[in-house]
Design a protein around this ligand. Structure first.
Ligand code: AMP
Ligand code: GLY
Length: 426
């Protein structure tokens, strides 16, 4: 098979690395890819949102499957675009159509979906500029801290957690009236704060049946001890020690099953990954959010733990025969440590020359934001590498990644040295 992966981050490098090992794979293309994906297949400089250029590429390279990494093209309807086109309609796309991607594209829709299917989530109401007054009153019925969420996609910045009622009321007005997040905040979800510990569960579905992938915990803040600004993710651990069998059973019964039957009941033909952000509140799971794709950097720990041929499993998704496939998971722990450009998530400089003095055999070096200039690797993003290692314990795995991180040089490199530390108590 010839496969095209859309995207350019560490997540897509992990997909490329895994699919390149498949015995069913002939040619692998990544659009646009990065310096790391270039080692697994052929990079093609096309934007993930340029559907027409993607169509021409699929035609030209005789692509048999498209795996979509980021949410943007899914929410914009790349899967629908394929289905509506005579040339493309029989080429499977891994990733939902618009009617499934809206679970990530609209937080208001996803909350309503959860309520319709009895899926545990924080109490909430949604407001627009017309109902601002009701919103301000609703806030007075909640306890601090207050959670405000822009309904639409806001590049991961649309959630505000505020400590006082005054701040929350001020920000609600700023979102609805001053359009703080543009159109994304013309509707705002106001919800109860959930106290607990966060983790993510990943499900692969063909619309009828599902497979549960290893759970992961990511580290969102830039600073050690979970301090400072939110980032795309500074590291991840999988599996998650506090998500024991009893907890995961609750997740499956109370969340995964009703989600999949919810798709069926609402005629949402969902073929792809569902990323469920959860809060573990005293042993009970609550959904914080759905994403219509895999996480980054969670993919960099989840895919390396899959021992089965991923392309074979994805074919099961495409042909709705997922139930006939066996998903074999490694018993090891995987840890990834993300190396970033100094200054990230604020302003940072790019095009710094990267030197990898030694590649230890213990660590997978996934590229997140790099590009090639002739034979030289240059940084090209905030997140530059995700270093994934394995072990019998979290400490063993994460320490291997730290050793590798010391052997990669570029100006102003930074990474958190406490990834996984909080989990040693479990
Ligand atoms: P999201 O963009 O939906 O992932 O939200 C960003 C982050 O805000 C989440 O990862 C949580 O850490 C936090 N968060 C969102 N909703 C809640 C909630 N209801 N209670 C507590 N924390 C939340
Ligand atoms: N790491 C969080 C995400 O991919 O949304």
């Amino acid at each position: 098979m010839n496969v095209l992966i859309l995207g350019s981050g560490g997540r897509e490098h992990a997909f490329a690395w895994k699919l390149a090992q498949s015995k069913h794979l002939q040619n692998l293309y990544i659009a646009p890819g990065n310096a790391g994906t270039a080692n697994c297949g052929t990079n093609i400089p096309i934007s993930v949102n340029d559907f027409e250029a993607i169509k021409n590429l699929v035609w030209e390279k005789d692509i048999n499957m498209v795996v979509v990494g980021p949410e943007d093209p899914l929410v914009k309807g790349i899967h629908d675009y394929f289905l509506q086109d005579d040339v493309l309609k029989d080429i499977p796309v891994i990733g939902p159509k618009k009617d499934g991607a809206i679970l990530e594209g609209s937080k208001d829709f996803s909350k309503q979906f959860m309520i319709r299917h009895g899926i545990p989530t924080a109490r909430y109401q949604s407001f627009t500029s017309e109902t601002l007054q009701e919103g301000l009153t609703f806030l007075t019925t909640l306890n601090a801290p207050f959670v405000l969420k822009a309904d639409g996609l806001a590049a991961g910045k649309g959630v505000l957690i505020l400590n006082t009622l005054e701040e929350a009321q001020y920000e609600l007005s700023a979102m609805l009236i001053q359009q703080k997040f543009g159109k994304a905040s013309s509707t705002v979800v106001v919800e109860e704060f959930l106290n607990g510990i966060e983790l993510s569960v990943f499900v692969l579905t063909d619309g009828k049946t599902y497979k549960i992938l290893p759970a992961a915990k990511d580290y969102k803040r830039i600073g050690e001890g979970d301090t400072g600004l939110n980032t795309g993710g500074m590291g991840a651990i999988s599996p998650v020690p506090f998500a024991d069998a009893a907890f995961l059973k609750k997740v499956e019964e109370q969340i995964i099953k009703p989600t999949i039957t919810g798709f069926l009941k609402e005629n949402i033909d969902y073929r792809g990954f569902v990323f469920i952000g959860l809060m573990n509140c005293n042993g009970n799971p609550f959904v914080i959010e759905y994403n219509c794709r895999m996480g980054d950097p969670e993919t960099e720990v989840v895919l390396p733990l899959i021992e089965s041929d991923l392309l074979d499993i994805l074919q099961g998704v495409a042909t709705q025969t997922l139930h006939t496939k066996i998903l074999k998971i490694s018993p090891q722990v995987a840890a990834t440590v993300v190396m970033v450009s100094g200054g990230y998530p604020n302003d940072y400089e790019i095009e710094k020359e990267v030197t990898i003095t030694t590649e230890t055999n213990e660590t997978l070096i996934f590229h997140s934001g790099t590009k090639l200039k002739e034979q030289t690797i240059l940084t090209s993003g905030g997140r530059v590498f995700a270093l994934t290692s394995f072990g019998e314990s979290i400490t063993e795995a994460v320490n291997k990644s730290f050793v590798q991180a010391e052997k990669i040089q570029y100006q102003n490199k930074y990474y958190r040295k406490d990834i996984g530390k909080d989990l040693s108590q479990y």
